[in-house]
Ligand binder design. Structure first.
Ligand SMILES: C[S@@+](CC[C@H](N)C(=O)[O-])C[C@H]1O[C@@H](n2cnc3c(N)ncnc32)[C@H](O)[C@@H]1O
Length: 311
């Protein structure tokens, strides 16, 4: 019989809607051929192939309906967390749709989340602001595993913000101000009280790095700022750095927030430009050492780095 390791690798890939060719088929075949316990499975397959029964008409009709359907633009993906819980997201099937890259989950988001799960003390009981959240993978996973006090998702694209809100609800979280409209804790049962107490406060806000004001930023008061895959072209780099400078000057006497940015190095020139622009405005940075845990699936191991910035 296929061992639990193999079964769970199939499960992870299936739930995350990975491409069929990335499934460990050769190992399964090998397992079925060699393991004596697999005789039942082989038997079932054999029976299926040689069955003399009439194929079910309904089955063919349904298949025809599916094949004739308009091409779907969205799919649901499930990302298993080490806690046994999972993050379920409605994602676009195209890398760019509606003029944005924000409707899918990028590798840098997976990588940043793996690091966050390993370093959960950074987030525990703190106010976290995420920039360019996209459809919410990192934030939802952090809310489920790292116990933040408040998690502020942000983005500037209307379709992304809509999908993000839908995904947050899909994962069982209520958004402010809905959270405050819930019945007072006294009227809730013991179980609900306990659950309520555990849940972080979640906020979705429209935040455009190019036009955000210092006042808007100082209202947010984050302890930690994170972002994944937001450094990908020179124009964006300047807007992002400009916003970090505003954040730095809007914090009055508070301790500066910790800033962590994960990005995939596709073009080394862009990566170096980011460093050069940070140096130009006097924002110090260092590379976070690579983490050891590998929780999520990548088609190829991505070239992702996490930088800590000191603003
Ligand atoms: C490549 S996607 C990354 C999404 C998500 N963080 C991930 O890694 O899966 C870049 C995101 O940055 C957002 N973005 C780009 N420019 C922005 C700006 N000026 N202000 C706010 N968000 C911006 C986009 O809307 C998009 O959601």
């Amino acid at each position: 019989m296929a061992g639990p390791g193999l079964a769970s690798r199939f499960q992870h890939r299936f739930l995350a809607a990975r491409q069929l060719r990335s499934f460990p088929w050769p190992e399964l075949e090998q397992n079925l051929r060699t393991s004596p316990d697999s005789s039942l499975l082989v038997d079932i397959l054999h029976k299926h192939e040689s069955t003399a029964a009439e194929p079910l008409d309904e089955l063919y009709d349904t298949l025809a309906d599916i094949l004739n359907e308009e091409e779907t633009t969205h799919c649901y993906k499930n990302y298993l967390l080490p806690t046994g819980d999972c993050v379920t997201l409605s994602e676009s099937v195209a890398i760019i749709s509606g003029g944005t890259t924000g409707l899918i989950t990028w590798d840098a988001a997976l990588h940043l989340t793996e690091w966050a799960i390993e370093t959960s003390a950074v987030f525990s009981n703190r106010t976290v602001l995420e920039l360019g959240s996209g459809i919410g993978f990192t934030g939802i996973a952090i809310c489920k595993t790292c116990n933040p006090k408040t998690y502020i998702f942000s983005d500037y694209h209307p379709c992304v913000l809509k999908q993000l809100t839908e995904n947050i609800r899909l994962n069982g979280f209520a958004l402010e101000p809905e959270t405050t409209q819930q019945p007072p804790t006294e009227s809730l049962g013991q179980e609900a009280k306990a659950t309520n107490y555990q849940k972080p406060k979640l906020i979705v806000t429209e935040l455009d790095w190019g036009s955000v004001t210092e006042k808007q930023l100082s209202d947010l008061q984050p302890d930690v700022i994170i972002a994944a895959d937001v450094v990908y072209d020179p124009e964006i780099i300047l807007a992002l750095i400009g916003m970090l400078q505003k954040l730095s000057s809007s914090r009055a006497d508070r301790k500066p927030p910790e800033v962590y940015i994960a990005f995939t190095i596709r073009n080394p020139d862009t990566y170096h430009l980011f460093h050069a622009e940070l140096d130009k405005v006097g924002i110090r940075w260092h590379v976070i050492p690579a983490h050891s845990n590998s929780i999520f699936l990548y088609d190829m191991q991505p070239n992702v780095t996490i930088l800590q910035l000191f603003i």
